[in-house]
Ligand binder design. Structure first.
Ligand code: ATP
Length: 252
């Protein structure tokens, strides 16, 4: 088991955001977390990354290969982020620093854990891996000189440059055109085939159909359904899942 989340509960003051959420993830598996806006999807990812704001109260257990992450000290978390767990966000423009070239931003993520040696070669390697064709140009560009799809490829490169076992992604294709979305989703499938475990947060069942092995449906901070992707589509047990599905496919 790569990741095991047990009875995760989160609150901000009196507001309970996650209620006894449990799930697990194997290597070589994509778990999609779906649910309406505000259901707590992003909060699960931030809890795993240890990036919750100070006023958050978290309880339960998050085991990464058996190691408890809950209440880990910040300096220990820093050793883990990037190296063991990579994360990709929705809006690459907000994540990338406009003042630094792509190359330096990927290098920074690498050297934080492995030092300078071999960094330049690794940047080239990882950009190729995420499907960048003109590596030289992209490496030497500033983020604003790149298309949305390329920027997101760069963010994925940053997330995987240290070869983490676990990759988290929060609506990674929502800001992109449909044709670009499919290509980016293909990268997650590729990472899974390499044996990484992937958690992908989305509100889009089209994305789920494309990449998920298993699905966790969240409603107001509670898991209402969990299952393999085929059974979620063919025989959803919860009325909430059925409603989400029909909302998606009525729109389409
Ligand atoms: N720092 C915070 N302080 C108080 N409440 C917060 C804070 N961050 C998030 N929340 C609340 O926690 C709940 C869950 O938010 P979260 O972002 O995890 O949901 P989500 O399912 O990812 O939604 P979206 O799809 O809109 O991103 C929401 O009601 C949100 O308002």
């Amino acid at each position: 088991m790569l990741l095991e989340v047990k009875d995760l509960s989160l609150s901000y003051g009196d507001k309970r955001v996650l209620k006894n959420v449990s799930f697990s993830l194997n290597r070589g598996e994509v778990l999609c977390i779906v649910g309406e806006s505000g259901s707590g999807k992003s909060s699960i990812l931030l809890s795993i990354m240890g990036l919750l704001p100070k006023n958050a109260k978290l309880s339960g257990s998050i085991l990464l290969e058996g190691k408890e992450l809950l209440n880990l000290r910040e300096e220990e978390y820093r050793k883990l982020r990037g190296k063991e767990i990579g994360i990709v966000f929705q809006e690459p423009s907000l994540y990338l620093d406009p003042l630094f070239k792509v190359k330096d931003q990927i290098l920074e993520a690498y050297t934080a854990h492995f030092g300078k040696a071999g960094g330049e070669e690794r940047v080239v390697e990882v950009l190729k891996k995420v499907g960048v064709q003109d590596v030289e140009r992209v490496m030497n560009s500033y983020p604003h000189q790149l298309s949305g799809g390329l920027k997101q490829r760069v963010c994925i490169a940053i997330a995987v440059v240290c070869n983490p076992k676990l990759v988290l992604a929060d609506e990674p294709t929502t800001a992109l055109d449909l044709t670009v979305q499919r290509k980016i989703l293909g990268l997650f499938t590729q990472l899974k085939e390499e044996g990484k475990g992937i958690i992908l947060v989305t509100h889009d069942f089209g994305v789920v159909a494309e990449v998920a092995d298993r699905v966790l449906v969240l409603k107001e901070g509670e898991v209402v359904e969990e299952g393999d992707v085929v059974s979620i589509f063919d025989a959803p047990k919860s009325p909430y899942t059925r409603a989400l599905l029909s909302a998606t496919y009525l729109k389409a």
